[in-house]
Design a protein around this ligand. Sequence first.
Ligand SMILES: [Zn+2]
Length: 231
Amino acid sequence: MMPSFLADFIGLVFPKVCLACEQALSRGEDHLCTTCRVQLPYTDYHLLAATDNPVARRFWGRVPVCHALSYLRFLRRGRVQHLLHQLKYKGQRDVGLVLGRWYGHDLALHNFHFDLIVPVPLHPKKLAKRGYNQSDPFAEGLAESLHIPWDANGLRRLEHTDSQTQKNRVERWQNVAEVFEVATPASIQGKHVLVVDDVLTTGATLEACAAALLAAGATEVSIATIACADR
Ligand SMILES: [Zn+2]
């Protein structure tokens, strides 16, 4: 353990900054400053009945989803956009991990149960470029707090070769719907699977993942994202 005067000295030379607002962190603060932690736009949708939950409503008539959850509201130019930018483009994997831990803790407190967490897989080309799937650390943090396993390879995104540019919206959606498959159906059969992603926009990707999981034998599927954007 480093003596605290030494930690303070190192902190003066290389101050750790809040991942949301970039202000220097005080001692005892970790990853996010207290102000940001308090002021993040939490949805609290997990406290609502499914009929009142706007994220759940987004999946009505599309695919049966047990729980539809988003931790934060995505607001342009706000803290959440900054956090997600750090996670996706600045190599700040900890953003996903920390938010996953906090959200998992909240969900555990409110008696949410799942058997397995599966992140939405990234397209292999993007994965090669970015070095990691931004949904993985969120899955990992959630799994830690919920004390359940997560499987980075539970779903596979299949490479599709035909160009999407010539297609209309419905055809494009169908194309998205075809690109996921469950890697090992035996590993998800009979389970309540929580599929996770960074941001919820149209929900098409999560819908395709949920459908693939249900088709492969999952008993129930729930979805959770770090943030949800207005459509
Ligand atoms: Zn902050």
